[in-house]
Write a protein that binds this ligand. Structure first.
Ligand code: ADP
Length: 664
């Protein structure tokens, strides 16, 4: 076994690999970009080496820099994690040349599966079932058009080099094909440096079921069973679970065998995942990922194995720790990806500092894999994932309940997250009933994206109480310092010379000001809230959350204050309320009507309109590429374009005005 390894990655996966290495007594070496100097993976590793500027292509993706760090540190092996260089055959070769073990499959196996098109051709030969489609090298538009017609609409365009749902487009009708191909090719070129696409029949209500395989250098190949990753958004996994609901042993065996056959066909070694798309009783090969997957923890949870340990054993030339008949499934596990993103704004990544971060407590039923700590920043440079939350229990129903509870406990302040969305999903009757297919989120959108309503009374009461407690504390502290600590001017409970004392405050709930008047009571306050008054009292607990009584009902409500902003967390949903000082001048109007601003920092990849052009509401105006995804900016109203401020290739800052409508 190795005594020192380098992890050529960052974030949660780097931390995850370090954890197992530590347990096995292996020293760990981290690499970090300028943006990650203080990152968690750097803090956890025994040694860490700088590899350059924040953009991944100048640091985490530069083979020479990684190898240089490996040589300097004396690491014997490199774990690539997922993403970055994990499926880069050239990198695996360069490691071998440098005399360093690449913890992953042989370069030829990576290459064989690197192109979805080539992999399909190979699998076809090995008798693994495929979705009807075209996966040829000829990319002539006429040919692609006739192939799409032959396959039959709707079709799915995929980047051959694709991953993470990037470069994928569903096309419903022939007239949309050309534009979709162009856009898929653009995204593919930007993300993978390769614009080849393939076309497949688009299945209506399929499930995504994948098989975890493992092979060693002694010719053993096993399946560690399946994961169901059908709950997706834009073809990206949102929820992953194991085992797949409704899977019978016979089908599990035949899918496991097909996956092992696929691995054997390419001389596979190490951890790999063979992805299938399943509809009814049929299943078709989609692709093989030649690395450890994001969702590997659910497999670990049901098999009791540590897959990173398995990877290290195999890379060190040892046989697989267990044989097929020694592997068994125990219970049920579910993973969700907690992201800094805004579900109400089409899941736009949310950038910012994690002012407060408190994951649910880990234990036999809950695991949190994360790469960030409170105070860290979610930046534009990397994936905005905050953590993976994994729950396990004896059966699916119990695991789903654990998931719901753990999500409700998760506290994040500073960025918008998908926690509320995930909690709603975890509680949805169709999810509880395991009605899984890739259309789940689209079909239940109504329930999963509730219209933003006003903050509930409890949130208002909690924010108000927090503000009142803070005011009280500030006055007490000031009084302690003043000459006459017993002066009535130093009492915070709104003592007035005449009559009933009270304190007024204004809490901004989004754009709506909410006036709250607080009347001091012996114990707590009477609050005048919209919809009637309420009695509230409470204090902080050891974790800084409020334990409050609202109209006699006692509950624990985490409230985090950053400046004048109060974030109240209720059952997974974060309500943001900002206290405003009525004497302060009003904020100047931000992006007004008739202006269009960049939703996040990025690069302009397409300008679709020119000054003077008349557009209708919804007309696409510009395409911005940010975080490797294309965001189309559409007209918010009918009108005439006044000015287009940027050209293709320009970089834009968050909030930059992109286009102005002409004055009318
Ligand atoms: P990527 O490598 O970009 O993740 P995949 O080929 O793994 O792309 O596909 C991602 C997801 O897209 C699948 O899990 C599935 O939901 C959906 N998908 C892929 N192929 C098809 C298809 N032929 N019909 C319907 N959905 C598909």
């Amino acid at each position: 076994m190795f005594s020192k390894i380098l992890i050529a990655n960052r974030g949660e996966i780097a931390c995850r690999v370090i954890k197992t290495a530590k347990r096995l007594g292996i020293r760990t070496v981290a690499v970090y970009s300028d943006a990650d100097v203080n990152a968690r993976h750097v803090a956890l590793a025994d040694e860490a080496y700088p590899i350059g500027p924040a953009p991944a292509r100048e640091s985490y993706l530069v083979v020479e820099k990684i190898l240089e760090a490996a040589k300097r540190s004396g690491a014997q092996a490199i774990h690539p994690g997922y993403g970055f260089l994990s499926e880069n055959a050239g990198f695996a070769e360069a490691c071998a040349k440098a005399g360093i073990t690449f913890i992953g499959p042989p370069p030829d196996a990576i290459r064989a599966m690197g192109s979805k098109s080539a992999a399909k051709a190979l699998m076809e030969k090995s008798g693994v079932p495929l979705v009807p489609g075209y996966h040829g090298a000829d990319q002539d538009l006429k040919l692609l058009t006739s192939e799409a017609a032959r396959i039959g609409y709707p079709v799915l365009i995929k980047a051959s080099a694709g991953g993470g749902g990037k470069g994928m487009r569903v096309v419903e009708k022939p007239e949309d094909l050309e534009a979709a191909i162009a856009s898929a090719k653009r995204e593919a070129a930007a993300s993978f440096g390769d614009d080849q696409v393939l076309i497949e029949k688009y299945l209506g209500r399929p499930r995504h079921i994948e098989i975890q395989v493992f092979a060693d250098t002694q010719g053993n190949t096993v399946s560690l069973f399946e994961r169901d990753c059908s709950i997706q958004r834009r073809h990206q996994k949102v929820v992953e679970e194991a085992p797949a609901p409704g899977m019978d042993p016979e089908r599990r065996r035949s899918m496991g065998e097909a996956a092992c056959a696929a691995a054997r066909a390419i001389g596979y070694v190490g951890a790999g995942t063979v992805e299938f798309i399943a509809e009814g009783d049929a299943f078709y090969f989609m692709e093989m990922n030649t690395r450890l997957q994001v969702e590997h923890p659910v497999t670990e949870a049901i098999t009791g194995q540590d897959l990173v340990e398995w990877q290290l054993c195999v890379a060190a030339g040892e046989p697989l720790p267990l044989k097929q008949d020694e592997l068994a499934i125990n219970g049920h596990a579910i993973e969700v990806r907690v992201y800094a993103e805004d579900p109400s704004r089409d899941f736009l990544p949310s950038i910012g500092m994690l002012a407060h971060l408190k994951p649910p407590a880990e234990g036999p039923h809950v695991r949190v894999d994360t790469g960030v700590r409170a105070g860290d920043t979610i930046s534009i440079h990397y994936d905005p994932m905050i953590a993976k939350l994994i729950v396990w229990d004896r059966d699916r129903a119990s695991a789903a309940q654990r998931l719901s509870e753990a999500l409700a406990e998760y506290e994040v302040v500073g960025v918008t997250t998908n926690l509320g969305f995930l909690k709603t999903l975890a509680d949805h009757p169709a999810f509880r009933a395991a009605e899984l297919d890739t259309g789940f989120i689209g079909r239940h959108g109504q329930d999963l994206f509730p219209a933003a309503g006003p903050a509930p009374r409890l949130a208002l009461a909690a924010a108000a109480l927090r503000l009142l407690i803070d005011r009280q504390r500030a006055v007490t502290e000031a009084a302690a310092l003043s000459a006459d600590p017993h002066s009535p001017w130093n009492l915070a409970h709104a003592w007035r010379m005449n009559g009933d004392g009270y304190q007024d405050m204004i809490l901004m709930d989004g754009e709506t000001p909410v006036a709250v008047r607080a009347h001091p009571r012996r114990d707590g306050f009477g609050l005048d809230l919209p919809g009637g008054s309420a009695e509230v009292a409470g204090s902080e607990d050891a974790d800084g959350a409020l334990v409050l009584r609202l109209d006699g009902v006692k509950q624990r409500v985490p409230v985090v204050r950053v400046g004048d902003e109060f974030t109240v967390m209720l059952a997974g949903a974060a309500h943001r309320l900002t206290a405003i000082d009525p004497l302060r001048p009003a904020r100047s109007e931000a992006a007004g009507v008739g202006r269009l601003t960049a939703p996040m920092p990025g690069k302009i990849t397409q300008v679709l309109v020119a000054a003077g052009e008349a557009v209708k509401r919804g007309t696409p105006l510009l395409v911005v590429e940010a975080m490797k995804m294309e965001h189309t900016i559409t007209a918010p109203m009918d009108g005439t374009i006044g000015r287009v401020r940027y050209a293709v290739g320009d970089l834009v800052e968050d909030g930059a005005e992109l286009i102005a409508f002409a004055e009318v």
